[in-house]
Design a protein around this ligand. Structure first.
Ligand SMILES: Cc1cc2nc3c(=O)[nH]c(=O)nc-3n(C[C@H](O)[C@H](O)[C@H](O)COP(=O)(O)OP(=O)(O)OC[C@H]3O[C@@H](n4cnc5c(N)ncnc54)[C@H](O)[C@@H]3O)c2cc1C
Length: 479
């Protein structure tokens, strides 16, 4: 077969699309092969409960979509993308009816924290201010830092566990629980080294960019990326599961938006046994149990801050949060899990029929778990929003197996393409100067199993595409 493309991308998740767009922008001829009947991977919107109720099956709140140094350069508004910014990025309620809100304004956020007001400012102000100097190093593979002093200062805060960080900075239990809410996105136990980094980065996003989501559903983000890609001549083929590289048209580079377990099953890669062995040792993280609801009215949160927030973190005490995230890794399912909720329809009336609402939530579970956590999640929501269960018109639930059927990259329910602990944070899938390349010079990996890991930021795809350009198309101008 003669060469028909410069590069072929396997998988149309946000990283696959980012890679394809960057290569196409450089004037290369590219195509995407996607196994599903719709593009987007874990970023798709579907009516899974009742007609007219639009649910984000996977990713729902996309701060990194606006903050991404690559995505923010793209003219996505010209391709139909509209961002919606909830009044409050995220909130965290307590059993006594109070709540803490992460406002975009740091001072306003800190002012709620009593004795911890100054510590909060001391923790976040320098990171938010210096973010432009940090972002490329934090959103790429390990490399010599552009701003070593700033990175060192960030590292001193980010390397400890979330537990160590809150005990060092905060006196009030509520401040500690509030920080845990964003640190627990790591899906790591809160006493794990570097679990603090997730809380720092995600809260920095909230202060610097907000925690927005696309009007009409997360799938609209993918539609805009795809529309831009196609406007430059890019091609996509759906329902094309790639099982053998030799089935694909000839190209100089093949970029796989898949995780190591899947890449090792692809035939024709001719990987040496040592690489196979190292990739075979890659670790997957905890899974999630996901629920989407169609509601007769918004979630009746007791506290107004929660009613005005796009995202709500549930976990009512420090002990409850710590035990919840610990239990996931120790095969001890808890009845009071940490729950993440998104309530798009409160701010976006295109998500549900007139006067009706949607809600999205998940909790962390053991990888591969088939246990149904509906009761535990709904009970947690009732604590902050009495009467919630009475608003439910319909629901759709997905355990880890069902999520993996929805998208084969969600191995055992792991939504981040692999465990994000210190051993795999910057050196995923294996420790290597360029984690995007493989021993086969034409095969690359561009998924969230490469740095910077999970999230809709496209930086894994962008970084992999840059590596492809420097390896095969060096005459093209590098950014
Ligand atoms: C329930 C859930 C909630 C989440 N919430 C958020 C959130 O709110 N905010 C956020 O930023 N992130 C969130 N995430 C994480 C985010 O969605 C992922 O990190 C992101 O989608 C990773 O993008 P990707 O391109 O690496 O892979 P994916 O999105 O997984 O895309 C991979 C693509 O490759 C395709 N593919 C796989 N194998 C083959 C093959 N052999 N042949 C052809 N195609 C193949 C798949 O079908 C898929 O389309 C969430 C994820 C889930 C599941």
């Amino acid at each position: 077969m003669s060469q028909q493309y410069d590069a072929i991308i396997i998988g149309s998740g946000s990283n696959g699309l980012a890679a394809a767009i960057h290569l196409q922008q450089k004037g290369l001829k590219t195509a995407i092969f996607e196994q599903a009947s719709s593009p987007g991977g874990s970023t798709r919107t579907e009516e899974v409960t009742l007609p007219g109720f639009k649910h984000d099956i996977g990713s729902a709140i996309l701060p990194m979509g606006v903050a991404s140094p690559f995505f923010r350069t793209l003219p996505l508004d010209e391709h139909g993308l509209e961002w919606i910014y909830p009044d409050i990025p995220y909130a965290h309620p307590f059993d006594d009816g109070t709540a803490l809100a992460c406002f975009q304004d740091i001072d306003r956020t800190a002012a709620q924290l009593y004795k911890d007001e100054n510590s909060y400012k001391k923790l976040f102000k320098p990171i938010v201010e210096k973010w432009p100097q940090l972002e490329y190093n934090l959103l790429g593979p390990l490399s010599f830092p552009d701003h070593p002093v700033e990175l060192l200062k960030f590292g001193l805060k980010a390397l400890p566990s979330a537990k160590m960080l809150v005990n060092h900075y905060f006196k009030e239990d509520k401040s500690k629980v509030f920080f845990y809410g964003s640190a627990a996105h790591s899906t790591l136990p809160l006493n794990t080294i570097a679990s603090a980094s997730f809380g720092l980065v995600l809260t920095t996003m909230a202060h610097k960019f907000g925690w927005p989501f696309p009007k009409g559903g997360a799938g609209k983000f993918i539609e805009a990326l795809l529309s831009y890609y196609k406007s430059m001549g890019g091609e996509i083929f759906l329902n094309k599961k790639v099982e053998d590289v030799n089935e694909l048209p000839k190209a100089k580079a093949y970029l796989f938006d898949v995780t190591p377990e899947q890449l090792l099953k692809i035939k024709g890669t001719e990987f040496p046994s040592l690489y196979r062995k190292r990739m075979g040792n890659y670790n997957y993280g905890a899974g999630v149990f996901k629920i989407d609801w169609a509601l007769s009215k918004p979630i009746p949160f007791t506290n107004e801050k929660c009613r005005k927030a796009g995202t709500i973190h549930l976990g009512f005490t420090k002990k409850e949060m710590e035990e919840s995230e610990d239990s996931v890794h120790n095969n001890r399912a808890t009845d009071t899990p940490y729950v993440l909720i998104a309530q798009h329809s409160v701010f976006d009336n295109t998500r549900a029929p007139d006067g009706k609402h949607t809600a999205w939530a998940y909790c962390h579970v053991e990888n591969g778990s088939t246990k149904d956590f509906t009761k535990q999640i709904e009970d947690q929501i009732e604590r902050a929003a009495p009467g919630f269960k009475g608003c439910i018109l319909a629901k759709s639930t997905m355990n880890t197996h069902q999520l993996e059927v929805f998208n084969p990259n969600i191995i055992g329910g792991d939504i981040n393409g692999g465990k994000q602990d210190i051993t795999q944070l910057f050196t995923r899938p294996i420790a290597k100067i360029s984690p995007y390349s493989t021993p086969n010079p034409s095969i690359y990996i561009c998924s969230s199993s490469t740095p910077p890991g999970g999230g809709v930021h496209g930086m894994s795809g962008f970084n992999a595409a840059k590596k492809v350009i420097s390896d095969h198309f060096n005459d093209l101008k590098q950014k």
